[in-house]
Design a protein around this ligand. Structure first.
Ligand code: PLP
Length: 388
């Protein structure tokens, strides 16, 4: 008998994953001993205080499940964080969920709050997970291209919102554009959410990596407290992407539902690492956050000068740690071939731009470089690009 081979769900099988593109670019980078600026994680150490605290927590036998929605000490530290940076009063008992990274946070929140058939607006270029998150909910992703400068195209957003819109996914500071939404832009989006009774799912994982502009959570815009799901985490702030500690702030009724999907998905984030993150939040003062932004600004400028001198065109990002560049002055190749060519010829790996768009042709002349690497490595990458 000819049995049908077992297959994954259509939504999963048919979606292309940026992660697999990054993995492929990493393979090509290794093959050519290239500098890998495709991968979006730091190559420098995490703060000593966090590493010590994690070891101490394990030795103190904080090794069993934490409370599903987060260790009390971490939730208290998060209350203090939101008060200190944004003047937000958050109730850690009813409005915080700690997850396995921002990745799980967004998935858990959407699975809890988005029904099959709902529409979810996603601004593009986008971080790779949002489309699959919507699809896993059985929802319809509605992609809205951002303006040339990475800001929201208000007219296009007005056309996209409708009574079937359940939510919009925002990412500020943005991966891959580096755009940091200003108050006007957030208020415009808030107005549309209020008018259409929609939820803002906002991914603020790069909140402390900002340069020329302050980060503003949309939850602080009038009327948005009850209809915002604020996703963030410690992966980028403490350079600990492998720890998997993410956070969600949402009104109690939303949090109730989110905690359930989070429980079904992962039960909880690693208990000793939650403890260590609490210590980091409690002990690292403004010097730490200032240095984080200052060091990233230096890295940004080194790489920006390098890619500009090599003939790429791009905007200096106001936040996050990526340069989304246009290479049409350098080569006529399509983005995926160009990225491989650049890795081989210049020894610098990047991510093909088409990975960040619903229609690949939109990113055909773009590649993205990550600058979460040591300044020395970025200087070398800039030099290699200049020699092109
Ligand atoms: N959100 C954005 C916009 C990202 O760029 C990334 C990682 O690159 C993540 C979320 C993942 O965060 P986490 O490691 O906390 O899951």
């Amino acid at each position: 008998m000819n049995a049908e081979p077992r297959r994954a769900r259509t939504a999963v099988r048919t979606h292309s994953f940026t992660e697999s593109v990054i993995r492929e670019m990493t393979r090509v980078a290794n093959q050519h001993r290239a500098i890998n600026l495709a991968q979006g994680f730091p190559d420098f150490p995490a703060p000593e205080v966090l590493k010590e605290a994690a070891c101490a927590a394990i030795r103190a036998d904080i090794n069993q499940y934490a409370i599903t929605w987060g260790a009390p000490r971490l939730r208290r530290a998060l209350e203090a964080k939101y008060r200190r940076f944004y003047g937000m009063e958050v109730d850690g008992d009813r409005e915080i969920t700690v997850t396995c990274g921002a990745t799980e946070a967004m998935a858990a929140a959407m699975l809890a709050l988005v029904d099959p058939g709902d529409e979810v607006i996603i601004l593009e270029p986008f971080y790779e997970n949002y489309g699959p998150d919507a699809i896993l909910c059985g929802a319809k992703p509605v992609f809205v291209p951002a303006r040339e400068d990475g800001g929201p195209d208000v007219k296009a957003l007005e056309r996209a919102f409708n009574p079937g819109t359940r939510g919009i996914i925002l990412n500020t500071p943005n991966n891959p554009t580096g755009h940091v939404y200003d108050r006007d832009e957030l208020e415009t989006i808030a107005g549309l959410c209020l008018h259409y009774d929609a939820i803002a799912f906002t991914d603020e994982i790069y909140e402390h990596i900002v340069y020329e502009r302050e980060h503003l959570p949309i939850a602080t815009v009038e009327g948005m407290h009850d209809r915002t799901v604020t996703v963030s985490g410690l992966s980028k702030t403490f350079s600990i992407t492998g720890w998997r500690v993410g956070t969600i702030i949402a009104a109690p009724d939303l949090t109730d539902a989110i905690r359930k999907t989070h429980d079904f998905l992962t039960v909880g984030s690693p208990a000793p690492l939650q403890e260590a993150c609490a210590v980091g939040l409690e002990q690292l003062d403004s010097d730490y956050y200032d240095a984080l932004a200052r060091d990233y600004r230096e890295r940004r400028d080194v790489l920006f000068e390098g890619v500009s001198a090599a003939g790429f065109s791009c905007r200096r990002p106001a936040g996050s740690y990526y340069l989304l560049t246009d290479f049409s002055q350098v080569s006529d190749l399509p983005d995926d071939e160009f990225a491989v060519w650049l890795t081989r010829e210049a020894g610098v790996a990047s991510v093909p731009g088409s990975s960040f768009y619903s229609r690949p042709e939109r990113g055909r002349t773009q590649v993205r470089f990550a600058f979460c690497k040591t300044v020395e490595l970025l200087r070398e990458a800039a030099e290699r690009l200049r020699r092109l």
